[in-house]
Design a protein around this ligand. Structure first.
Ligand code: F6P
Length: 326
């Protein structure tokens, strides 16, 4: 018999498509097991300020297909303080909540880990971020949708770039991570890609473009992750335009478009599996872990490891993208 009677769920950090499907899954699985389930509105800030409400089946009807998060989200400064976390603990206790499911990225996991070091409580985490940069899961909630959004945007840019023989620099999200950039580049047949994880030599890119120009190819797409170390798309496009005046260089920053929209089938399935597994894990007495999917199996990773572990970049994908871009 599980000692858990009341579970709360919240979303924190940047939103990602599929968070609603995960909330729905946590709520439905809890109700299936006759547990009371609560929503915390506005992430850790909502926890501190007691914005906690009981959720019933009706609260999660018709949300599976919606992007964003019905529970809202925030990045809380107050939760970074001992006093803030104490207030959060007091408000969870005031609602008799035994355990939480935290949906978010690295910052969300860090908050949960520190909280558990100070308080006798139970929290498990689900990977909710478009960036796919969390250790302990092959994919994060929202990555698939986001990369499909970016790919479709690039397809549209490709049409006009081709018509006008233009060189486009296209910036995608990823402050610390190049997953979105690499997948978008490979899926859109980009001429080159700039990632935060790997140094891309601008001279090599320029030579590549010159070779393309020699064979009459002036239309090229270059994908840049926003966190690329040698410059963002705006900076790189200026450098390249100066060095290659024969090219007609244009710039597009896709931006927050990538964070919204209806979640893809893959994201809905991933979120449903993870939300279900979170409740099952709490009922089985698990605590302080991030739940993910590795090799298509549910994987449990202690918060400390999930926060500090570095997800291996798939270098094969980079090599394939470069070779296909000859
Ligand atoms: O959700 C992750 C992420 O999309 C990063 O790739 C990006 O740098 C960041 O969030 C931007 O978030 P915000 O505009 O909410 O600060």
């Amino acid at each position: 018999m599980s000692s858990i009677k009341r579970i709360a769920v919240f979303t924190s950090g940047g939103d990602s498509p599929g968070m609603n499907a995960a909330i729905r899954s946590v709520v439905r699985t809890s109700i299936y097991h006759d547990l009371h389930v609560y929503g915390i509105y506005g992430g850790y800030d909502g926890m501190i300020n007691g914005k906690i409400e009981r959720l019933e089946l009706g609260n999660v009807g018709n949300i599976m297909q919606r992007g964003g998060t019905i529970l809202k989200t925030a990045r809380s400064k107050e939760f970074m303080t001992v006093e803030g976390r104490q207030k959060a603990y007091d408000s969870l206790k005031a609602h008799d909540i035994d355990a939480c499911v935290a949906i978010g990225g690295n910052g969300t996991y860090t908050g949960a880990m520190v909280f558990l070091e100070e308080h006798d409580f139970k929290i498990v985490g689900l990977p909710g971020t478009i960036d796919n940069d969390l250790y302990g899961t092959d994919y994060t909630i929202g990555f698939d949708t986001s990369v499909n959004t970016a790919m479709r945007a690039v397809d549209k840019i490709r049409d006009t770039a081709d018509s006008h023989n233009r060189l486009f620099f296209i910036e995608v999200m990823g402050r610390h991570s190049g997953y979105i950039a690499l997948h978008t580049a490979l899926a859109s047949g980009a001429a080159d890609v700039f990632l935060p994880e790997i140094e891309t030599n601008i001279d090599e890119v320029i030579n590549h473009l010159k070779l393309n120009a020699k064979r009459g190819k002036l239309f090229n797409l270059i994908i840049v992750a926003e966190g690329n170390k040698s410059g963002n798309a705006t900076e790189l496009s200026k450098i390249v335009q100066e060095r290659l005046p024969e090219f007609d260089v244009k710039l597009t920053i896709i931006g927050h478009l990538q964070r919204g929209g209806a979640p893809s089938c893959l994201d809905r399935v991933l979120s449903s599996r993870l939300g279900y597994s979170a409740v099952e894990a709490l009922m089985a007495g698990k605590n302080g872990i991030a739940i993910g999917v590795v090799n298509d199996k549910i994987a449990y990773t202690p918060f400390h490891e999930a926060i500090h572990g570095v997800k291996e970049f798939n270098h094969d994908l980079i090599s394939i993208a470069k070779k296909l871009a000859i």
